[in-house]
Design a protein around this ligand. Structure first.
Ligand code: AKB
Length: 341
């Protein structure tokens, strides 16, 4: 008998860290993880089987298939937008071929145990692409299908994988005489920039917000790589994890689409700086925009329309901007860096 489990790829990353904590705090056992990097020991103890390896290793995926009955996959492994621009082919390999491997894995799992495998996929606001700041301002809150002409490899990869997921969920091998049942229950969320009190991201372009806060809390100066007026959507990590769990728990019949925007707050970089200075008045934060990274952030929307997520599966974030700082970020970050200012 294969053991029923949840599989989390990219588990050592920021979302993985918080997701594992939340699942295990709620009593969920049977978590198997796959990542090249080792998990933090505090996270690893909550996992039944942390597997060190790559999503590109098909033999490894076969062995997981043979050992476990995977009901749900959180496919978090990805190369983020800044990193992907330096190694676009490698990023495509991980972000697209890795996702294809996992979708095939899910289909095979579903065939093995005869029921659909839930496939949760974190997409991103990077799937959007504006050609100018004027167009971005004029667009305001964008819907899922608008302005999807990304300018980054990561954005292209995420947009395409959303489509791949929809294909596996609805049209897989549609011409086969014995067309297999669609056994992948694909559900994607387009995440804004995420801010965690416990981890600092790396390789992304929305990283300026979390970097600014964590630097101030450690008494380190910060040179912000975007202009003060830069505005994109952000969200506190607990709301992102809650959203994934809420989408996973939603009744499939209520889901009118496979990909959902979600939104919480969308401060300018200057507004973030002001909140950081309120908490850490001695913080030294200046502006040193990097034209190339700035262009990436300028191509992302300043706000997204999440009315479908709210209507279909009840998405409702706990934290607005002020509460994210006062109730979540600042108290936890102060505890995290006890020798900070
Ligand atoms: C990145 O900056 O690449 C990510 C994202 C917005 O998806 N944080």
């Amino acid at each position: 008998m294969r053991k029923p489990v949840i599989l989390i790829t990219g588990a050592a990353g920021e979302i993985g860290h918080s997701l594992i904590q939340r699942l295990s705090d709620s009593g969920r056992t049977g978590i198997v993880t796959l990542d090249l990097k080792p998990l933090d020991p505090e996270i690893a103890r909550r996992v039944q089987h942390p597997i060190a390896g790559s999503i590109l290793d098909r033999a490894l995926l076969e062995s997981i298939l043979a050992e476990y009955a995977v009901d749900t996959i959180y496919h978090l492994a990805a190369q983020l937008s800044t990193r992907a621009e330096f190694t676009p082919v490698a990023a495509h390999e991980v972000n697209v071929n890795g996702t294809l491997n996992l979708l095939e894995f899910a289909q095979a799992q579903g065939r093995g145990h005869g029921r659909p495998v839930m496939f949760l996929y974190p997409s991103s606001i990077a799937v959007y692409g504006f050609s100018s700041v004027a167009e971005k301002h004029a667009a305001g809150r964008v819907r899922e299908y608008q302005y999807t002409e990304p300018i980054t490899m990561y954005g292209c990869n995420k947009l395409y994988c959303e489509q791949l997921g929809r294909y596996y969920a609805r049209h897989y091998r549609q011409l086969d005489a014995d067309a297999p049942r669609a056994l992948v229950d694909f559900r994607a969320i387009r995440f804004p920039g995420l801010i965690s009190a416990f981890t600092v991201p790396s390789g992304g372009t929305s990283d300026y917000a979390p970097e600014m806060i964590h630097a101030a809390a450690q008494g380190r100066e910060y040179h912000c790589f975007v202009r003060p007026d830069t505005r994109i959507p952000f969200m506190a990590m607990p709301d992102a994890v809650d959203a994934m769990l809420a989408l996973a728990a939603a009744d499939r019949d209520r889901l009118s689409q496979t990909v959902y925007n979600i939104a919480a707050f969308n401060p300018s970089a200057e507004e973030i700086r002001a909140l950081v200075l309120e908490a850490f008045p001695e913080a030294s934060i200046d502006w040193q925009p990097d034209t190339k990274r700035q262009a990436i952030v300028d191509s992302w929307p300043e706000a997204v329309d999440d009315s479908k997520a709210r209507a279909d599966w009840g998405f409702a974030p706990r934290y607005g901007l002020a509460e994210a700082f006062s109730d979540y970020l600042i108290p936890n970050i102060r505890r995290r860096y006890p020798s900070g200012p």
